[in-house]
Design a protein around this ligand. Structure first.
Ligand SMILES: [Cu+2]
Length: 174
């Protein structure tokens, strides 16, 4: 039968076809990575490119979650990320990580994150980040959820936040 090989070929192709590639976060401290980064996801809002937005999985009962990304300003004047929102949390606030009272901890960042013209900023573990407050349900590894970003030039976009388990990086000494 001439077509006998077709199902076999289809099966073989199904095996050979690359699995859907999940977008992954930018490089984070090596000891904390549980999945090797292989791809950059890109979004844009006006002149701002948003690269590889991701957030860390939460434990059951954990009400906050950090969100990370690279913000690249392709324009000729500074642009500020002024606010953000997501259906998975009650609010999104801006944090820096710094030392206060002798402890490494998260500190409120006033005024949004400003990206210089032609420059970029990286929101990353151990640095500045977006903090989702009032997370209703635990965010699981592999899930994707929307995060809307609003910039000072009026541009706005909703990016796909990919959830990764990159381990716990302490923000406060035990
Ligand atoms: Cu924070």
């Amino acid at each position: 039968m001439p077509n006998a090989a077709v199902p076999l070929l289809a099966a073989a192709l199904a095996v050979l076809a690359p699995a859907p590639v999940r977008p992954v976060p930018p490089v984070v401290p090596a000891q904390a990575v549980t999945t090797a980064p292989t791809e950059t996801t890109r979004f844009s809002a006006g002149v701002v490119e948003i690269l590889s937005p991701w957030s860390r999985a939460t434990q059951p009962g954990q009400k906050i979650a950090a969100a990370y990304m690279v913000l690249h300003n392709t324009g000729t004047s500074a642009v500020t990320l002024v606010s953000a929102s997501t259906p998975v949390a009650q609010s999104v606030v801006f944090h820096d990580t710094g030392v206060k009272d002798g402890f490494m901890q998260m500190l409120p960042h006033e005024g949004g994150f400003t990206i210089p013209p032609g420059g970029e900023i990286e929101l990353k573990p151990g640095g500045s980040h977006l903090m989702m407050v009032g997370v209703g349900r635990s965010i699981r590894v592999g899930k994707v959820y929307p995060l809307t970003l609003n910039f000072s030039d009026g541009a706005t976009t909703t990016v796909d936040m990919v959830v990764w388990d990159v381990g716990l990086i302490r923000t406060r000494k035990p």
